[in-house]
Design a protein. Structure first.
Length: 258
């Protein structure tokens, strides 16, 4: 009788104990599975995203983002007949910014290069983060606009710190925050992700909003089409030779977006 009562009490105590806490690697594993799994992510060799970027004041511009392994990226958008480009070929970053009077390709600043290099990681920083030299800490749970999230602290190999918020139900990213140098000023930039859709077995966001944390003014990118494993020539990512200077086209300058 005494043994039966003891067994009963132990059972009650076990039921009352909270479930084992998630480890950071378990959380990351569920995030990767939510996106489609590691095998499907690794099978993607290149990606092209086509959509629209909101510039403010009701203005929109078509935008194309191309990413290719290993670590190559090209982003371009067109406004009033002028096309801006930022690209990274795996070693060098460059840009063409006609809206700022920079019609010839030029190397990126150190701050812009760092950000573009991060975006060139096709599978994101969490997958195989240890092999990439990153560190990730699970900071517990936090509510983001009424949604319970797991909060991850990402310290990149270079030392830059950002925070990633994974929705507790879907395990998908809905918010990221990081401190960035913008025109010589350090700002906390907030990025929101949503409208996740399936693309050939992968679950990918189709809406991204970003801007200074706390500011009502955010820039928005809405993706209309995502193509996987498209043929992308490496030459698209390399800085072209500088052409002879010509007359500058007139037009209204939109706000800086990259």
């Amino acid at each position: 009788m005494r043994r039966t009562m003891l067994t009963f009490l132990v059972g009650v105590l076990l039921l009352c104990m909270p479930a084992a806490a998630q480890t950071v690697d378990e959380v990351i594993s569920k995030n990767i599975q939510a996106h489609g799994g590691p095998d499907k992510l690794k099978a993607v060799r290149s990606m092209r995203l086509s959509g629209r970027m909101t510039l403010g004041q009701g203005l929109e511009a078509p935008i194309t983002i191309e990413v290719k392994r290993p670590m190559q990226l090209r982003m371009e958008f067109t406004f009033q007949g002028m096309t801006a480009v930022q690209a990274y070929d795996g070693a060098m970053g460059w840009q063409i910014m006609p809206f700022m009077g920079k019609e010839d390709p030029e190397p990126l600043s150190a701050d812009d290069l760092k950000e573009v290099r991060e975006q060139a990681d096709l599978e994101g920083p969490l997958m195989e983060y240890k092999a990439k030299g990153h560190q990730v800490e699970l900071m517990g749970k936090e509510t983001v606009e009424g949604t319970e999230c797991y909060k991850l602290k990402l310290t990149r190999k270079e030392g830059d710190v950002s925070f990633i918020f994974l929705e507790a139900d879907s395990w998908l990213e809905i918010r990221m925050t990081a401190r960035r140098m913008v025109r010589g000023n350090e700002l906390e930039i907030e990025t929101s992700l949503g409208d996740y859709k399936e693309v050939q077995g992968l679950i990918l966001p189709h809406v991204t909003e970003f801007g200074r944390k706390g500011s009502p003014q955010k820039q928005k990118i809405s993706i209309d089409k995502i193509e996987l494993n498209v043929a992308l020539d490496d030459a698209r990512f390399k800085m072209p030779e500088v052409k002879p200077a010509g007359p500058k086209p007139a037009g209204t300058s939109p706000p800086a977006v990259f």
